[in-house]
Design a protein around this ligand. Sequence first.
Ligand SMILES: C[S@@+](CC[C@H](N)C(=O)[O-])C[C@H]1O[C@@H](n2cnc3c(N)ncnc32)[C@H](O)[C@@H]1O
Length: 390
Amino acid sequence: MTPAARVASAIQILDEILAGEPAEKQLTTWARQNRYAGSKDRAAVRDLVFEVLRSKQSLAISGGAETGRGMLLGLLRMRGDDPDDTFTGEGYAPAPLTDQEKGAGRAPTEAESLDAPEWLIPQLQESLGADFESVFNLLKSRAPVFLRVNLQAGTREQAIESLASEEIVAEPHELAETALIVTKNPRRVQNSQTFASGLVELQDAASQFVAEQIPVAKGNSILDYCAGGGGKSLALAARMPKDELTIFAHDISQNRMRDIPTRAERAGVNINLLETSEIADAAPFEVVVCDVPCSGSGAWRRAPEGKWTLTTERLTELTRIQREVLEKTKGYVSENGVLAYLTCSLLRQENQDQIDAFLAANSDWKCTMSKSLTPLDGGDGFFVSLLTRS
Ligand SMILES: C[S@@+](CC[C@H](N)C(=O)[O-])C[C@H]1O[C@@H](n2cnc3c(N)ncnc32)[C@H](O)[C@@H]1O
C-alpha cells in the first residue's frame, strides 16, 4: 500500500470508531476485509489510527472537523506535511481536499494541545499537581513495549540474550527487577521462541512494579479477585516455584479470564480459576489482590479511546464498584493477611481517596504502604496500596 492509501484506510477506520465501534475490533475487521494489506501495512495503519486517537481533540481542531478526514488532515498539518501530497484522489489515496476543507481548521491552543478531556481537567490537575502538563504531553506518544522476565524460567540476562538471538533488542528497565524495555523489533516479540518458551511475558513495567510490592511468602494462598487476563496472577505466580504458592484467579466476567490457562501453561505456573460461588470455600487467603476496574487513565497511551469515552457517570459508577470490591474482599483476607488495592488510574478519587474512605469506615484496618506512579516514571500510571488489620 502507498502511504496515501494507508491514510485513506485510517480515515475509514476512524470514521467507524467515531460511530462507536471499538478501535481493536475495527482494526481487525478492516484487516480481514483487506487481505492485500501486509503486516507492515497493518502496522502502519494501526499506528496512524492510534496516533490520531491519542491526540483526537487537537487534530480535529487543526483539521477543522471531528471526522476521519478532518483528523488525518490535522495530523498532516501538525507534522508540517503538505496535505495536497496525500489527498490526491489518485489510486487508493483519499479524495482531493475541497476548498471548504482547505479553509477549515486552526492551530490548537496550548491547553487544547494537551488532549486532556476538558471536563476532567480540574480533577487531573488536583491529582497530578505540577506534573499535569508533562504527563499529558507524554500520553500523546506511543507507549514503550515492556516485557516481564519469568524468573522461574531464567534470568534477565538470559532473556536479553535469547531475544537478541531473534534480533529483538531489550534492556533492563529500572521500574522492576523483572522488567525489560524492548528497543528494537518490538513487533516480533509475540512470534518469538523466547516468548513461546515462557521466558518472557508482555507486561507494562509499572504493572510489574505494583505486583512486586505485594508481599508473598512460601505456602501462601492468593486470590486475584479482578484477574482479567491474568497479568497480576502470572507475575505473582512467577515469584516462587509453583508448588510454593497457590494462586486463585477470579473475575466477574469468566470470559475475560479465557486466556489465563494458556498463559499459565506457557509460563509453567499453576493458576486456579474460581467462580464467585467458590470463593467462600477457598477463603481465607493470605493475600487478596483487587486490581479494580478503573478509568484506565494511567494507560491512555496504550488505550487512548478511553480518554474520550469516559464520562462523569461512568467514573461515579467505577468508584462505587471500587468501594464495593474492597468492602466485599476484606472478608476473604486471613487474620494477618494483606488486601492489595491496585488501579491503573491517575485520579486521586480512584486511588488514595478510596483508601482513605475504606480506613474511615474500617477502623480495624490500616494502610502499610501506598504509591502512585505516572507515565513520567517510565511505564503506565498505576497506584498500589497495601492494607492489613491493625
Ligand atoms: C483492571 S482489570 C484487571 C486486569 C488484570 N488484573 C491484569 O493484570 O491483567 C479489572 C477487571 O475487573 C473485573 N471486574 C469488574 N467488576 C468486578 C467485580 N465487581 N468483581 C470482580 N471483578 C470485577 C473486570 O471484568 C476486569 O477484568
